[in-house]
Design a protein around this ligand. Structure first.
Ligand code: CAA
Length: 258
């Protein structure tokens, strides 16, 4: 495994765990961190022994945003030439499920990063916000799009225009997070979810992720058609035969493609 400076990378059974590790900057997301997170996620995506990924931060901060100090003096031409933040798109091309385990601050780019993941498990200490408006800018890692799709216009406008933070309970109520758990259980609970996901057929979980994501990028008619084609294609997999045979034979399935 490569050595990283801004993240910790380990495996827990079939789960690949990436921990943001810039504690002095509350895991502010600088360019180097972006490159490392995407590289680590791609490596896990390519590893057949891994079935699901977890991305987490510290108890105080999942991530307090993009690194303001790294951006502050740049011109718009600099930002455009570097295509600032475009590298994060690599994370959205990871095909294995990606679980965000969020405690403490998930602000700005931190909230946007959590939303790039497939589901968010939040500690009861989690705080989500898009405070870019306080800095004279707006989201740049997809927040205005993913937040609006997740929580709807009313809440997204509120968060984007006022910069106010919402707590874990409001985030769950709004549909931003999947589950809220006690802070001291966060990582264990996120790993449990990821382990369960990893125990299923990877062929099927890739299809499930692709199908849900399609709902965000196409019409209902096209999305339903795409889902049906994926569903039909899964009948070519050994795991479909095993899963359905195991049900009929009243036993646990042993999926081959894990
Ligand atoms: N970028 C760079 N450094 C950051 C940072 C960030 N986003 N967030 C925190 N830090 C640094 C602080 O500068 C501080 O460093 P020093 O000790 O060297 O001064 C250190 O982390 C600890 O932070 P605080 O002392 O501020 O900690 P706190 O507990 O008093 O406050 C906080 C915590 C409320 C999260 C506060 O740090 C804060 O408001 N951070 C900025 C939040 C923000 O505006 N995020 C959006 C960034 S822009 C963005 O993300 C653009 C985009 O679209 C992607």
């Amino acid at each position: 495994m490569s050595t990283y400076e801004n993240i910790l990378v380990e495996t827990r059974g079939e789960v690949g765990l990436i921990t943001l590790n810039r504690p002095k900057a509350l895991n502010a997301l600088n360019n180097a961190t972006m490159l490392e997170v995407v590289a680590a996620a791609e490596a896990f995506d390519a590893d057949p022994a891994i079935g699901c990924l977890v991305l987490t931060g510290s108890a105080k901060a999942f991530a307090a945003g993009a690194d303001i100090k790294e951006m502050a003096d740049r011109s718009s031409v600099d930002m455009d030439a570097a295509d600032w933040f475009a590298g994060w798109d690599g994370l959205t091309r990871v095909r294995k499920p990606l679980v965000a385990a969020v405690a403490g601050y998930a602000l700005g780019g931190g909230c946007e990063l959590a939303m790039m993941c497939d589901l968010i498990v939040a500690a009861d200490t989690a705080k989500f916000g898009q405070p870019e408006i306080n800095l004279g800018v707006i989201t740049g890692m997809g927040g205005s799009q993913r937040l609006t799709r997740a929580v709807g216009k009313a809440k997204a406008m509120d968060m984007m225009l006022t910069g106010r933070m919402i707590d874990a309970e409001e985030a769950e109520r709004s549909g931003l997070v999947s589950r809220v758990v006690p802070a001291d259980e966060l990582l264990d609970r996120a790993i449990d979810v990821a382990t369960l996901i990893a125990s299923r057929s990877q062929v099927a979980s890739r299809a499930a992720k692709e199908a849900v994501n399609t709902a965000f990028s196409t019409t209902l008619e096209q999305g339903v058609l795409h889902e049906r084609r994926l569903f039909h294609a899964l009948f070519g997999s050994e795991d479909q035969k095993e899963g359905m045979a195991a049900f009929v034979e009243k036993r646990e399935p042993t999926f081959r493609h894990r």
